[in-house]
Design a protein around this ligand. Structure first.
Ligand code: IMP
Ligand code: MG
Length: 371
């Protein structure tokens, strides 16, 4: 479960893949009962119904034909009332049983248009099956033969349904939700990019809490907590601490943090499993990750910076160019997975990290303010 952002709006998980599958199965059963002795023509209403149609016909075990009509009525989250027929029907429908497969019936404007389109086609019978139905908004006295799931008047996306073009590829259904008030961010950047400096500044500027996983680990290990001991047993053997241990530690820190305007996560998540766990955990708090902010600096500049720092810091890993390159490699390989995870939620922001500290803070702030 998680909160996602599509364009300017936020959506929370609402109907799971399993619930959808159960509803499709129920519809298939009802339609099969009525149509199995002939070859019905299933007509999907594009675009929204493509996923429903695919799953429906896969489960339908008797002879059938499949076609599509393309209608459009929505702009943003409001039905415009005007229906446009973008792709029509070519088949000869005389004497046929046609079953319309709709993703969702809302006001019923589209349904009315469907009845109009098929009125003079001399069908044997016209049946309507819809996966989702909003009974509170439906204004027409038109029959709907099969209904999958009735939902309240809330805008939904996913499983073929879109919000201004996007969100159709989500495999479960999400529901519109108010913008979360707490702004949590992930701060990323390769070694030497000035992440610590910027985290300190942002923390003060916005009253955020900065949680660095490295610090969390060290503190648990120092205090010899149960989780600390467990983590240490892996670290001592030179192994990575498993995701579930890291996640538990992180949750315990977050739960103990005082109320703030949000959290800067630093060094976490490192894997997709951790990212998913973090989303679930935050959703229970009514929160989300607003964005993954990555401070970007060209590698050659960073190497020069680190070598320079190595001269005075005495850190051996800052003095050897090969070791530095290894650290970059590791960083880019690991963050790539997270980058694509957050990109797919429109939450990835690369921020130019070349320039004065102040300039970089301003660039980060601009992103933060617009989250
Ligand atoms: P109606 O004509 O008002 O019944 O709306 C039907 C069409 O509007 C559907 O086929 C969808 O394309 C779209 N629609 C209605 N409600 C929603 C929603 O909650 N999310 C996304 N699209 C919707
Ligand atoms: Mg539709």
């Amino acid at each position: 479960m998680s909160i996602i952002k599509l364009h300017d709006k936020y959506f929370k998980t609402y109907i799971s893949e399993d619930q959808i599958a159960a509803a499709v199965k129920k519809l298939v059963k009802q339609v099969s009962k009525d149509c199995k002795n002939e070859t019905p023509l299933f007509i999907g209403i594009l675009n929204g119904s493509f996923m429903f149609v695919a799953d429906f016909v896969r489960k339908y075990k008797y002879n059938c034909e499949v076609s599509f009509v393309k209608l459009a009525s929505y702009e943003g989250t409001n039905s415009t009332g005007k229906i446009k027929q973008l792709v029509g029907i070519n088949e000869n429908l005389e004497g046929r049983t046609v079953v319309i497969l709709e993703d969702i019936i809302d006001t019923g404007n589209t349904l009315q248009e469907i009845y109009t389109i098929f009125k003079d086609k001399k069908l044997k019978r016209l049946k309507i099956a819809t996966l989702f139905f909003k009974p509170d908004v439906f204004k027409k006295a038109l029959p709907i033969d099969y209904i999958g799931i009735s939902i309240p008047d809330e805008f939904i996306v996913g499983y073929g349904l879109d919000y201004d073009g996007i969100g159709r590829n989500l495999s479960s259904i999400y529901q519109l939700t108010p913008k979360p008030t707490v702004k949590n961010i992930l701060l990323f950047g390769p070694p030497g990019v000035g992440k610590g400096t910027q985290a300190d500044i942002l923390k003060e500027k916005y009253n955020l809490v900065h949680i660095s996983t490295g610090d969390v680990f060290r503190s648990h290990i120092k205090r010899e907590t149960k989780l600390g001991k467990l983590a240490k047993s892996y670290i001592d053997k030179g192994n990575l601490v498993p995701d579930d241990v890291t996640i538990k530690m992180l949750k315990s820190v977050v739960n103990k943090t005082p109320r703030s305007n949000g959290i800067i996560f630093d060094g976490f998540p490192r894997t997709k499993v951790q990212a998913i766990a973090l989303d679930k955990f935050l959703e229970k708090r009514g929160e989300t990750i607003g964005g993954m902010l990555t401070i970007e600096v060209p590698t050659n500049l960073l190497i020069a910076r680190l070598l320079e720092r190595g001269k005075t810091s005495g850190r051996p890993d800052d003095q050897d160019e090969n070791k530095i390159l290894n650290r970059f490699n590791e960083y880019y390989t690991k963050t790539e997975i997270l980058k694509s995870y957050y990109k797919s939620q429109n939450k990835y922001f690369g921020v130019d990290g070349v320039g004065e500290i102040n300039d970089i803070t301003n660039r980060l702030s601009e992103v933060f303010d617009n989250l």
